[in-house]
Design a protein around this ligand. Structure first.
Ligand SMILES: Nc1nc2c(ncn2[C@@H]2O[C@H](COP(=O)(O)OP(=O)(O)OP(=O)(O)O)[C@@H](O)[C@H]2O)c(=O)[nH]1
Length: 253
């Protein structure tokens, strides 16, 4: 089972324009610092946060309970001019878990409801015995030689974001999620998606976008450890240790 936490800034839209439109560099600073702080806070529990849309961030939070979430929520209130609500869901697939987490927040009120403040709704927490996270670290082959060093920076970004969208659509159709994490890298929470099915999905994206993707896949009890093993898998593919575009490492006893 994978546990997903949706973190949503309370009443953010209206806040950004009250008493008048706030300077965009200030909003960008707030959003990036909030992402960094949440990454550190969830990371301290072995979790991982994806910036997603910055006002709606998605975390894998296996092993974190109500008190862990509440402590983070209180800390953000003490250090920011905004507050956050959180919804938590657990399921066999990442897509279903985020769907439940979203329902948990929506149950607490609208994203621009002036009365909704610091909702923390948990549908279910993953038991330690059932805790399992699969993450794929997906990378474009030779983005440096094919794009970064030969195309304009913006044209490279068009391609990288085109690949992101194709990955998000493909993975959501097989129960997974996918997030851009920088450069030419994507991370896909992908519980219950086999390496064969994932390889086929990557090949469909290759065909659609004209790139060649590879992926290390990590399986562990905690999100951070699963991500670490996915990174190792990616490095082993780069080093030619396997003649495949995907490799799985699983450290569950
Ligand atoms: N978030 C994140 N970004 C990374 C990671 N590794 C590389 N990057 C980013 O991705 C960019 C490209 O790095 P690489 O993927 O190693 O370059 P490449 O030319 O595609 O090389 P190959 O993937 O080996 O074919 C770097 O400039 C970094 O911005 C990583 O593990 N995590």
């Amino acid at each position: 089972m994978i546990q997903i936490t949706l973190i949503q800034i309370d009443n953010y839209g209206p806040w950004t324009v009250t008493p008048g439109p706030r300077a965009e560099p200030d909003l960008q600073t707030l959003q990036s610092r909030l992402y960094g702080d949440l990454e550190r806070e969830f990371g301290a529990h072995g979790g991982i946060v994806f910036f997603n849309r910055f006002d709606n961030l998605i975390a894998i939070s296996n092993g974190m309970d109500y008190d862990d979430h509440k402590l983070i929520q209180d800390s953000i209130r003490n250090r920011y001019p905004i507050t956050i609500s959180m919804g938590v869901g657990s399921a066999d697939t990442a897509y279903e878990a985020q769907k439940i987490a979203t329902e948990m927040i929506q149950k607490g009120g609208g994203a621009q409801s002036a009365s909704r403040c610091e909702v923390l709704n948990i549908d279910s927490l993953v038991d330690d015995d059932d805790s399992y996270v699969q993450i794929a670290h997906i990378d474009i082959d030779d983005v440096t030689g094919l794009l970064t060093d030969v195309e304009t920076a913006f044209d490279t970004s068009i391609k990288v974001y085109e690949v992101l969208n194709a990955l998000m659509v493909e993975l959501s159709q097989i129960g997974g999620l996918c997030f851009f994490i920088g450069g030419d890298n994507y991370m896909a929470p992908s519980n219950n998606i086999s390496d064969d099915i994932l390889r086929d999905a990557l090949e469909r994206v290759d065909t659609k976008t004209g790139v060649r993707l590879k992926a290390g896949i990590g399986r562990s009890k905690t999100p951070a450890k699963a991500a670490d093993m996915a990174d190792i898998g990616l490095e082993d593919i780069r080093a030619g240790k396997v003649d495949d575009t995907v490799i799985i490492y699983d450290d569950r006893k």
